[in-house]
Design a binder for this molecule. Structure first.
Ligand SMILES: Nc1ncnc2c1ncn2[C@@H]1O[C@H](COP(=O)(O)OP(=O)(O)OP(=O)(O)O)[C@@H](O)[C@H]1O
Ligand SMILES: [Mg+2]
Length: 360
């Protein structure tokens, strides 16, 4: 069973705590992506799972066994690094077999495992080449192949696509998704790219400053972000955030207008509106529409992103169908799809508009 439990993991370097009470429970076969900004502790957490780093406190449990004190080779994991970490003097085949040879596996097993990885990743043409004779994408496939030969209970990936160009990144990303479907092995994947996280994960762990902000499916994080950090991190283009004050089933957005809401108490709030949840019009269609003017457009073929400067000096991004040509400086009015609006209290925590009470 390749399930993984991280129980109350903390990590301190000198006096700085870089991981704070991290609890994660990964089911056997699950694909979990750990995402967060640079320096938030993702690699440190992955290296602790691998046994390349010791946690200051807490436990790592893999396949129902506490592996906290075991060396990396005995944890049932295989790790793929951003930098590939291949031996330049060994061939592709030599790189893929090295770990098994060092572990003194029988020749038959080594041959079978290499054949399997070669077939899955279509590495046959490259087996006799050295890493220096391969493209970045091919090198990363070799590194993944080497991980496959170990038959791990859990695969660990640390930003495996970061050194690849955009087209190759998409291709290898699809290959990793296919690999997971085919092998059904538990995968833990670290990235700072929320698009990679959204497209690959069964569940995403969002981290900031060593603290887990939210764990959930991609759609749960998108539709119900637990706090302002998650709302701002998940979704492209970014969610628009407007500050205001809630009272009497209304939210007064500072200096630009009013939104009607369910009665949910009162107090300072931040309203999150995704670009697709604005409705843009050339005329005011209702009293609550915010007025502004177009200051830029980005035409992408299937959609257009329109930057609108509001009366309070804030710019918001609106997603629209590409049919209409919006002129620079054109006055516009923005309605809001209230069903999809996110409201956060003064501390940045999501409010459930159906039951929460906020106070000043
Ligand atoms: N050996 C070390 N000694 C002291 N501080 C360290 C050490 N290794 C990492 N850190 C610190 O721990 C924090 C987390 O680092 P980590 O490498 O886990 O971040 P990350 O989320 O992987 O970032 P990135 O996206 O840039 O790879 C950082 O603030 C980093 O400076
Ligand atoms: Mg890192």
């Amino acid at each position: 069973m390749g399930n993984l439990i991280l129980r109350n993991i903390t990590k301190c370097y000198h006096k700085t705590e870089v991981l704070k009470r991290v609890d994660v429970d990964v089911a056997n076969g699950e694909f979990v992506v750990i995402v967060g900004p640079s320096g938030c502790g993702k690699s440190t957490l992955l290296r602790i799972i691998a046994g390349l780093e010791n946690q200051t406190s807490g436990e790592v449990i893999i396949g129902d066994k506490d592996v906290s004190l075991l060396a990396p080779a005995h944890r049932g994991i295989a790790m793929v690094f951003q930098s590939y970490a291949l031996y330049p003097h060994l061939t592709v085949e030599g790189n893929m077999t090295l770990g098994l040879r060092q572990a003194r596996e029988p020749a038959k097993i080594i041959a079978d495992r290499v054949a399997e990885a070669t077939r899955i990743l279509e590495l046959e043409p490259y087996l006799k080449r050295k890493p220096g004779q391969l493209s970045g994408g091919q090198r990363q496939r070799v590194a993944i192949g080497r991980a496959i030969t170990r038959h791990p209970q859990v695969f660990l990936f640390d930003e495996p696509l970061s050194n690849l160009d955009a087209a190759l990144r998409n291709q290898v990303r699809v290959e990793i998704a296919d690999l997971h479907r085919r092998l059904g092995t538990t995968m833990i994947y670290v990235t700072h790219d929320q698009v990679e996280a959204m497209t690959l994960a069964d569940r995403i762990v969002v981290m900031d400053a060593g603290i887990i902000q939210q764990i959930g499916t991609p759609s749960a994080l998108y539709r119900q972000p637990a706090n302002l950090f998650v709302a701002g991190f998940i979704g492209t283009p970014k969610i628009n955030l407007l500050t205001g004050h809630m009272a009497n089933a209304r939210i007064d957005i500072d200096a630009i207008g009013v939104l009607s809401t369910k009665p949910a108490g009162k107090g300072p709030v931040t309203v999150g509106i995704r670009p697709a949840d604005f409705i843009i019009n050339a005329d005011p269609r209702d009293d609550s529409a915010f007025s502004g003017k177009v200051i830029g457009t980005e035409y992408l073929g299937n959609v257009t992103y329109i930057r609108v400067l509001l009366g309070n000096g804030q710019t918001v991004v609106v997603e629209e169908k590409p049919d209409h040509l919006w002129q620079h400086d054109q006055p516009v009015y923005l309605g809001v799809n209230m069903a999809n609006v996110h409201v956060f209290d003064g501390a940045g925590i999501r409010l459930d508009l159906n039951k929460t009470t906020v106070t000043d």
